[in-house]
Design a binder for this molecule. Structure first.
Ligand code: GRG
Length: 282
């Protein structure tokens, strides 16, 4: 299989991966509203960045393209967690959003109770998928540990707690960096580190650095895009704190650091993770 770059990898793998997500949930979840609400958000047009980064890292670590479906449960579990986090983030008691990806949010479509439960279902099912995956026990345990660490109260959930409780306080640069690291970067970096550990690639400090910088860059790009659209004017974001130009420079430096880090990675096909950085170009 000839893979040109990350974009090509994503394009070639996505239809099969999307089908896998729907088929697997449909086989497993028998309560009709549970299944409908979970599938509604899972299939509402997300870019699948996190599972594709996980699979791209496994591929770059030496897994053959045709063997990647063996890793779909673990990659899928990361997308389930991402989807749950967005459903809960949109709830009236959190960000109170009516639309996501141009469609009604889960609570607007199904009601708040079912939306909370759709999120609960996705979060729990994620760990069921990892536990049942065909990877060997040590790799499954590593995936559970990294994901629980980065997505739970030591990572993403903690970041969300800071976010919703510090809304009225202006955070300084260190506090904002910590918030973004936990809320957004930790799940993205988990995708990359789980990809490496699932493929038996020794986790180097360079790959961890790449993962952390990319995770933070992801949030800055999202904030800059929102600022361009005139959104989030009174929120704790880098464009609001240091201005758009300084945020663009910060983003540029994060991407440069990520590139330098991954270029030092040994026994690793660097092409996909280098080309992923195009995502941050304007
Ligand atoms: C509710 C526990 C809990 C956590 C929520 C992720 C999150 C924490 C909140 C979302 C807030 C937000 C929009 C952050 C910006 C970065 C980000 C996560 C953007 C959305 O990710 P994409 O661009 O989304 O990968 P798609 O729609 O492509 O799946």
């Amino acid at each position: 299989m000839d893979i040109k770059n990350f974009q090509d990898f994503h394009k070639q793998l996505l239809p099969q991966f999307d089908q896998f997500l729907t088929d697997k949930l449909t086989q497993e979840v028998k309560q009709p509203l549970m299944l409908e609400s979970m599938l509604y958000s899972l299939n509402s047009g997300g870019k699948r960045v996190r599972p594709m980064l996980m699979l791209a890292t496994a591929y770059s670590s030496g897994v053959k393209f045709e063997d990647l479906p063996k890793y779909f449960d673990v990659a899928g579990s990361i997308e389930l967690i991402h989807t749950y986090s967005l459903i809960h983030d949109d709830l009236p008691e959190m960000d109170n959003d009516d639309y996501r990806r141009g469609k009604l949010t889960s609570h607007k479509k199904f009601g708040t109770g079912p939306a909370v439960l759709a999120g609960d279902g996705l979060l729990t099912q994620a760990f069921y998928w990892i536990s049942k995956s065909s990877l060997d026990t040590s790799k499954r345990m590593a995936a559970v540990r990294i994901l629980a660490h980065n997505a739970g109260p030591m990572g993403m959930v903690a970041g969300q707690m800071t976010d919703i409780t510090k809304e009225d306080k202006q955070l300084n640069i260190d506090e904002l960096t910590q918030l973004h690291k936990q809320k957004t970067a930790d799940l993205i970096s988990a995708a990359i580190t789980i990809g490496a550990s699932s493929a038996d690639h020794k986790l180097s400090k360079e790959l961890v650095e790449y993962a952390e910088k990319v995770g933070l860059a992801f949030q800055l790009k999202d904030d800059l895009d929102d600022a361009d659209d005139g959104e989030d004017v009174d929120k704790n974001t880098f464009p609001n704190l240091i201005g758009k130009q300084a945020t663009e420079e910060k983003l540029h430096n994060l991407v440069k650091d990520a590139l330098n880090a991954v270029l030092k990675e040994e026994k690793f096909d660097k092409n996909l993770l280098v080309s992923f950085l195009d995502y941050f170009k304007k």
